[in-house]
Write a protein that binds this ligand. Structure first.
Ligand code: AMP
Ligand code: ZN
Length: 116
């Protein structure tokens, strides 16, 4: 299930380029094109879920898998001293891309004020 007009569905399908750091049959992680921190990557489900508003009980395992993967990828990307996780949701949440994604940001501070 994908949306032909969604840029993250296109990235997941390999129709748009991305700098991938992880992929499996359900999830994909790639570097943010406009990094707001020394380390800034996005973790997405391949499934087109527009936002956190659209998550339901059936997505529980998928979301759990996403969160479980975060510390592993963060460490691999050099965030041994910690990182920040952000999910922007809806217009007032500052969401720009309507395909659920989790930002992971880390690296030497200060950088927090510029984060999305
Ligand atoms: P938001 O929807 O506000 O949580 O943020 C969307 C994020 O996606 C922004 O940080 C963008 O820099 C990032 N982004 C947009 N297009 C691409 C792309 N083609 N490859 C990587 N990151 C992207
Ligand atoms: Zn999508």
């Amino acid at each position: 299930m994908s949306d032909p007009d969604c840029i993250f569905c296109k990235i997941a399908a390999g129709q748009l380029p991305s700098n991938r750091i992880y992929e499996d049959d359900e999830l994909l992680a790639f570097h943010d094109i406009h990094p707001a921190a020394p380390v800034h990557f996005l973790l997405i489900p391949r499934l087109h879920i527009p936002s956190l508003f659209d998550v339901d009980a059936g997505h529980g395992a998928l979301l759990g898998k996403m969160l479980q993967l975060v510390p592993r990828l963060a460490r691999e990307q050099g965030c041994e001293d910690g990182f920040r996780t952000v999910i922007n949701t809806g217009r007032n949440g500052g969401q720009e891309v309507y395909h659920l994604h989790l930002h992971v940001m880390g690296g030497p501070r200060p950088w927090k004020k510029q984060a999305p």
